[in-house]
Design a protein around this ligand. Structure first.
Ligand SMILES: *[C@@H]1O[C@H](CO)[C@@H](O)[C@H](O)[C@H]1NC(C)=O
Ligand SMILES: *[C@@H]1O[C@H](CO)[C@@H](O)[C@H](O)[C@H]1NC(C)=O
Length: 195
């Protein structure tokens, strides 16, 4: 499931090009790019836990579309983890400071990780929708993605044994956003079906 090294380089290059394109105002193309990490693989106020109302609404903005996709295939809902959201917040903050808001390398994470990079200020719902949309390439009957397609962000969203999720988003200098959700226990275990 993990992309090859050359695949990662290509993605990163595509990302830099997209960042340049995104700095053109007004008519810049709106791009939203999902990325998943296999196993082995809110707002600032929410991250600080200072405002319970803001925390609950940020959590729900991510949770609701996850649980809608899960219900659609008969999988129980995820609960929100403040600890995972805090961990995701540290990762996006680091990518924002040091990585030009590029995707984080989550290959060694103990958690599942879905990422979304957008050339604009994408809402949590839009980002989760981009992951769920990969489901169109997933064939449950034989547990495979269509040839040449990715569907790992979708299978993580609907992975039955995953119980909790926490997410955070960073806004970058160009106005682009990087969003990360972490999942525990992680999904996308090779050879297993998500549900
Ligand atoms: C908490 O967040 C909510 C939603 O963003 C906002 O309406 C409210 O004013 C905030 N309360 C405080 C005390 O900051
Ligand atoms: C899996 O099933 C889908 C849908 O029936 C089919 O299009 C695809 O070719 C199958 N893939 C494999 C590897 O058998």
């Amino acid at each position: 499931m993990a992309p090859s090294l050359s695949g990662r380089r290509f993605l990163f290059l595509a990302l830099l090009l997209a960042l340049c394109a995104a700095s053109t105002p007004a008519d810049a193309a709106r791009a939203l790019t999902p990325r998943g990490a296999g196993a082995g693989a809110a707002t600032k106020a929410a991250q600080q836990g200072g405002n319970a109302t803001a925390t609950a609404s940020a959590a729900d903005a991510y949770l609701a579309p996850h649980n809608q996709a899960r219900a659609a295939v008969g999988v129980p809902p995820l609960s929100w983890s403040v600890d995972l959201a805090t961990a995701a917040g540290k990762i996006v903050a680091q990518q924002q400071r040091q990585g030009g808001c590029a995707f984080a390398d989550m290959g060694a994470s103990q958690y599942g990780a879905n990422q979304g990079w957008a050339s604009y200020r994408a809402s949590p719902g839009e980002v989760v929708a981009s992951w769920v949309a990969q489901g169109r390439y997933y064939a449950h009957a034989n547990n495979t993605c269509a040839a040449g397609r990715q569907c790992g962000t979708y299978t993580q969203v609907v992975w039955r044994r995953t119980a909790e999720v926490g997410c955070e988003q960073a806004t970058c200098a160009t106005g682009a956003t990087l969003t990360i959700c972490l999942y525990n226990p992680h999904g996308n275990v090779q050879g297993q079906s998500p549900y």
